[in-house]
Every structure is written in C-alpha cells, then in structure tokens.
Design a protein around this ligand. Structure first.
Ligand SMILES: [Zn+2]
Ligand SMILES: [Zn+2]
Length: 782
C-alpha cells in the first residue's frame, strides 16, 4: 500500500470552536501523519496515509465536526511538499492572521450540564461553567481577536486548574476563552430590592442561585441577569404573581415568554413535534411558539388572546441551577421598562427593575453586547424566524451564486424590529434583533452595536443601503454616514427588500428571471409616496415592477391608526358605504354605535381632504379593520399586530369547514391589479347582524383573503411568466393565511418560497437592502 499525501483546506466557522483538537484526534485515530494549523482562510491540514484512511478521516471530520463549527467548504488537493512524517501535530498559526468570525452565544452542552450537577466535579453548581462547545461568545466580546483579554472575562485571571484545562489539547476546554470556575470566575449573588437582609429561611437553600427557585415558588418576582440581558421571572402558574409582574411592568397584553426545566414540563402544557423538540434543544435554544394542548393550564395572564405559548429551555448553567427543583414553567420576560431595550448592567437593574422586581439575582460578568432571546416557530415543516438574536447572530449566511465578488456593503435596515446587515466576500452578516428605533434608548443601542460590528468584522463599507422612508432614523443615520465618509448611497424600497431577503436566503442566483414577490405587512414607504403593505412585485435583485396591490384606503390620523384599529374599520366601511346607509342599515351594530361616538365630521373631512390621512395598501391595517369590527381591541391595541394576532387566534376556536367566504373584487387599472375588499363589508356586517360568532367571521375573512391572493396570482400568471412566488412580510406570520395561500399556489404548480432563518418581518429587510445594493453595484445600475 502506497501512502499518498494531501492538503485539505477548510473554510467556514472553524476557529475558536475546537476544530484543531478534533482534527488532531481523528488524524491520530486514522493513523495519519501530518499537521494542522489555523491561517487567514480557516484551517489547513496536510496529511499522509493510505487512500482508505484518508477517506475515512475526511468522512469522520464531517460527521464529528465540533458542535459550533460549520464547514462551508472542504477542498482536497494532492500535496508534494515537505510533511511531518512522524505522527500528527498542531502547528503554529500561519502569518498570525486570524479569521474574524464570531460564533453566536450557545446553550450549555450536555457535558457541562452533567458537571454542574455532579458533586464530584470542580464545576458542581458553578453558574458560569462553559467549554469550547458552549457558553457566551457575542455577548462578551469587546474587540478582536477573540481572546480572553478582549472579552468581559478580562477581569478574571485563570486559576491553575483552569489554566491547565485551557492549555491541554486533550481537554474539552482547550482554548475556551470564557473558561472559569468557582475559584477564579464570575460569581452570582442575590439582592433584596428594599435592601433589607435576606430572610434566614432562604439560607437553608444550597446557595443564592438555588434560593431564587424558592422565591419564585413563593410568588415573588426576581430579576435574573443571564447571558445577553436581564430578565424578569415569576412562577407562570400563579395568576397573582403574573398579574403583579404585568402591572408593575406596565405591560398588559403582550405575551410573556416561558422557560421550563426540561421537555417533560413543556409537554404538560403544549404539543411538541419532533422538529419543535429539535429547535428547543438546539445549541441556539430559542423561544419556540407552541400550540397549547389545554391539558394543563398556566396563569391566564401569561398570553391573553394568543393561540400559542412561547417556551424555551434553560440555556445557561445559571438557568439550569435555578430550575432544577422547579416542576412547572416560569415566566422569563425581558427586563426593561416600556419599549426600552433589555437592561444589561447591575446598576440599570437596580434602578429600572428595582420598582418591578422583589429580588435581583446579579453577577459580575459584564454583558457587553445585548442579545435578546430568539423567537421561532414551525409552520408546516418549515421553521419561521420571528426574532433572530441569541444563538443565531452573528453567524454568517452564504450569498447566492453571482454574489461572490460583492463590494463591502452596510445595510441599515428599517425602523421596527430592526437589524442591520454587513455584506462581504460572498456572505452576509445579519445583526441580532435591535428593537424599534423610535425608542431613543433602542436607537443608541443600535448605533453602539453597529460600531461594534464594524470594528469586530473590520468592515469598511463602500456602499450604504437605506430604506426609502425619509423619516426612518436608520435611513437618516445611513445618509449621514455616507456623506461623512463619501460613500455611495443606495435607496431601497421596503417591500422589494423583503422579497430580496427571501430570495437570498433561498440561494436564488443573481441572474435569475424575476419571481413574483408577495409582501404583506404593516407599513412601508412606497415609490409613489403612499404607504404600501399589500404588494405583488415582479422582482429580481436589481429592480421590480408593482403588478398588484390591495386597493388603498386612507389611514386616518396617520400612525395613530396603528394603535387604534377602529380608524381602519372606519376607513374600510366608508369605502363600502355612505355614512347614512351605515346608520340606517346597520345602526344597531356595536361598531357603528362606537364610531358614532367619535368626532365623525372631523373624520369625514380628514378622509375626504386627505388631512393627516395618507393612503395605504397595508394588509396589516385591513386585519385591524376586520378585528375591530368583530370587537377585538375596542379602543386601542397595545402593540402593532395585536388585533391581527387575536383575529387569527379566534379562527382556531372552531373547526370551520364551510368553504364559503366573503366576496372581493379584482380590478385591473393602469397595468396593476387591485384587490378590493369593499364588497366583503356588506356580507360581513350582515353576518354581525345575524350574530354569527366572531370566530366564524374571522375564519371566513382569512379564507377570502387567501382566495383573492390566489386569484390575483392566477391572473398575473396569464400575463407574466411566473414560476416562483415569494411570500413574505409580517402579515405572513399568520399561520392560517400562510398555509392556505402556500397550499393553493403549490396546486397551481408554482414553487413557493418563504423566509425561514431570516426574519419574515422587518427584521429581515436589512439583508434584502444589502443584496439589492450589491446586485445593482455588480450590474452597474445606480
Ligand atoms: Zn460545554
Ligand atoms: Zn478556575
């Protein structure tokens, strides 16, 4: 048998994740000679051995790839140079250049979990245990390269045992930068908000972390400093505790996230499919929206008006230790006031969460980057990302064919649920969810995080992409950056960005024929200066043609309409009836009575003269209108989309099998199809008069909307060559609508794409902006 020699080049996330020790172990197990090292492109391996053992080595490397590593590319070439012929070694990094990928924060691995509950381990009950395969990453990094002195672990010099583990190639903690133990690492402690001493009975507990469990069981509210932020926790089965939390936090209706000790506890409340189980237990450990089974009930205030519960499993040793004795779920919601970002420092916690919590569980490992919990769900068999943050960001995403040579681009995102995106060398780095920029503290955090990313990834953009909306703070900041640094500015339409983000995620190549993108959401600035939100765009990466839309109506009072759904009901009704007719025929209905108590003359005038009443084709506002007509969110909604979510939740209350639905009209004008719901309203009001249950009305509305979308697509198919359809935008977080539209479009033999790893709401548009700007730059369209 003649030995052969090969050079194996590996690209991807392969540094700082325990890749070289794995290579070392496998090479030796396969009896190969040679060496492995890090270099500027990733990992380089040079080996010799029999063809069979080389093949075995490569297979095993892919199979036994360390949990946090990601092999993007593995290239084998024959090697004829010098080679270490005496065993296998890890050699020095070449050129000392370090690949700059930062790994997301990762849930505690199984081995670390076993150690924290093993009384004979030196990590027994240590809340900050981690290893090369798990623990904090993005949340603790200040600058590059990713070494301990550049993280918030700088304050904690290694003890001799940790140092030994750190330097031992055979140890799971080899080069684990955040490694720590009781002796040398961060510590957690409990404080009473009223600064009184903590009662003696709590001292019978194992330690401060364990005492938190007892406090929660007693119905207290505890602020808990975790991995990427500080949460507020209480027992999710005690209605009084949950209500107390909501009142003190001034958060009355938004659903609260839950954490449970293990899958067994989750399964007592919700159905968990194998795919959902995989997500819950994945290294990212997101909040997964699950269907309650109704077998066992939580406190009613946990998620009022929702048909899902958001569960996550413990993802740090601290959370595992708190929940060890807890056989029921706890509420674990972000610790913040109003719409501000989640608190991250001990001082903020004392000042801002003190009035909300009874106790604070703090620690002295600084959170440098705020990283919220991610939120995902499974629809059909596809994952849908609602918030992409902890566990996912900032893992890079590969760009589709054609985008290999993109110039460095920075895309600023939108306004709500915002993210930004960096494009470089064929990949996109999407930031974690940064919240709604209209909040001053969130905007500050957005700018800080942006600076950090530009620094960490050594990113010097040549093009800055912004939303078309002149008032978005992200767009204004982008403009300033472009002017100050003399960079090119790319102005991108909101819904085009939604569609392009989905195309990029699904690797649709740069030079493909256009897709039909259907983008339904709350609001986005349209090319004609009106607010769009119900768009059918024939789109490629460079441009689009608007081929259909929801018929626009006035948004009375502008942005006020977002939080007062009755404004949308009013404007919809007025597009179908005269006020006199409404009075005469439907004067007995609650909604008509309600509107009668509003300043009608003023509203009529605003609508007729367009005073503070921009036109909008938003499907989100149409959902608001229907929801309010059946009595949801009578005066106000407390967050955008609340009414729509409640309307969807109503549908599942009955098994509506009747296929009858509401009539719409489809008109064709100036090369655009208009979906007009005005004929629907007469039938819907008749249903209300006949006291048809709101759940049936909601079901009929969903069906009618799905139906008109499919009819519109069928019509468009006759005019345009369409074989691929993209469904995107926040409205498609609606499971019923998404599933039905998708199914019916597939029956028309169309290929249907929806965003999965990229948020389907405005959290995804920065990626779309970036790839559109890149496409225009590559094709020299400015
Ligand atoms: Zn671990
Ligand atoms: Zn130590």
């Amino acid at each position: 048998m003649i030995p052969i020699a090969e050079e194996i080049r590996i690209r991807g996330t392969v540094q700082g994740v325990g890749f070289r020790p794995t290579v070392y172990r496998l090479a030796r197990a396969c009896g190969l000679n040679g060496e492995v090292c890090n270099d500027g492109q990733g990992v380089l391996i040079r080996v010799s051995g029999s063809a069979a053992s080389l093949a075995e080595f490569v297979t095993k490397l892919q199979q036994e790839c360390p949990p946090l590593a990601r092999i993007q590319e593995l290239i084998r070439t024959p090697y004829t140079g010098e080679l270490n012929a005496d065993g296998f070694i890890i050699s020095e990094s070449i050129n000392n250049t370090i690949n700059t990928d930062i790994v997301p924060d990762t849930a505690t691995c199984l081995e670390c979990r076993q150690e924290i509950f093993d009384p004979f381990s030196r990590f027994y009950r240590y809340p900050f245990t981690n290893c090369t395969h798990c623990g904090p990453r993005l949340s603790i990094i200040r600058t590059l390269p990713y070494d301990r002195p550049h993280t918030s672990m700088v304050d904690f010099p290694l003890c001799s045992e940790c140092a030994e583990d750190y330097h031992n190639l055979e140890n799971r903690r080899f080069h684990a930068q955040p490694i720590a133990c009781h002796l040398c690492g961060p510590k957690a402690w409990l404080e009473r908000v009223d600064t009184q001493p903590i009662t003696a009975s709590l001292f019978s507990m194992l330690d401060d972390v364990d005492a938190v469990c007892t406090l929660l069981q007693r119905g207290e509210i505890v602020a808990i400093k975790g991995l990427g932020g500080i949460h507020l926790a209480c027992d999710a089965t005690q209605e009084i505790a949950v209500q107390k939390l909501r009142q003190r936090k001034n958060r009355y209706r938004k659903p609260l996230a839950l954490m449970a000790r293990d899958l067994g506890v989750v399964a007592e409340y919700c159905a968990v499919s194998p795919q959902e189980e995989e997500l819950l237990t994945s290294p990212a450990s997101p909040i997964v929206l699950l269907q309650p089974t109704g077998k066992k009930q939580l406190a009613p205030s946990v998620a009022p008006g929702q048909n899902t519960l958001g569960f996550m499993l413990p993802y740090t040793p601290l959370h595992h230790l708190i929940l060890k004795r807890m056989n029921r779920p706890i509420v674990l919601t972000s610790g913040n006031v109003a719409d501000e970002p989640q608190c991250i420092t001990n001082d903020e916690a004392r000042e801002k969460l003190g009035p909300i919590a009874d106790y604070l569980l703090l620690h002295n490992r600084e959170i440098i980057n705020r990283v919220d919990d991610s939120v995902v769900r499974v629809i059909g068999s596809q994952v849908q990302t609602i918030r992409r943050a902890r566990g996912y960001a900032p893992a890079p995403m590969s760009l589709p064919p054609g985008f290999e040579d993109v110039p460095p681009i920075l895309a600023m995102g939108g306004e709500l649920k915002n993210t930004f995106c960096l494009l470089r060398g064929g990949e996109a780095i999407l930031s974690q969810h940064l919240g709604d920029l209209e909040n001053a503290a969130a905007f500050d955090a957005y700018q800080n995080t942006l600076n950090l990313y530009l620094n960490i990834f050594a990113h010097q953009p040549e093009i800055i992409a912004i939303d078309h909306h002149p008032e978005y703070l992200s767009a204004k900041l982008g403009q300033q950056l472009a002017t100050a640094n003399q960079l090119q500015l790319a102005n991108i339409q909101h819904h085009h960005a939604h569609v392009a983000a989905c195309m990029a995620e699904h690797s649709i190549p740069l030079n493909s024929t256009p897709v039909l993108g259907i983008a339904f959401d709350g609001l986005g600035y349209g090319e004609d200066g009106t607010m769009w939100g119900g768009e059918f765009l024939l789109a490629d990466y460079c441009g689009f043609q608007r081929v259909a839309t929801l018929k626009p109506t006035a948004m009375i009072g502008g942005a006020q309409a977002i939080y007062q759904p009755w404004r949308s009901t009013y404007t919809q009704l007025m597009s179908a009836f005269s006020w006199e007719e409404l009075q005469t025929s439907y004067g007995n209905l609650e909604i008509v009575n309600f509107l009668n108590q509003k300043p009608l003359q003023l509203l009529h005038q605003m609508r007729e003269k367009g005073i503070n009443s921009p036109l909008t084709s938003s499907v989100g506002r149409l959902f608001d209108a229907v929801a309010r007509a059946v009595g949801i969110c009578r005066e106000e909604s407390s967050y955008e989309g609340e009414a729509a979510i409640a309307l969807e939740a109503l549908v599942s209350l009955n098994n509506y099998e009747d296929r009858s639905n509401y009539p719409w009209q489809l008109t064709f004008l100036d090369n655009i199809y208009y979906m007009d719901p005005s004929p629907m309203w007469r039938v819907l009001l008749n249903d209300l008069q006949r006291q048809i249950p709101p759940s049936i009305i909601a079901a009929k509305f969903h069906q009618s909307l799905a139906h008109i979308v499919v009819e519109t697509v069928s019509n468009l198919c006759q005019v345009h060559l369409i074989n691929r359809v993209v469904l995107t935008g926040g409205v498609f977080q609606n499971r019923i609508l998404l599933e039905q539209v998708k199914r019916e479009l597939q029956q028309l033999e169309l290929e249907v794409f929806t965003p999965s790893l990229v948020p389907i709401n405005d959290g995804g548009i920065s990626l779309g902006q970036a790839v559109i700007a890149a496409a225009r730059s590559i094709q020299r369209i400015y």
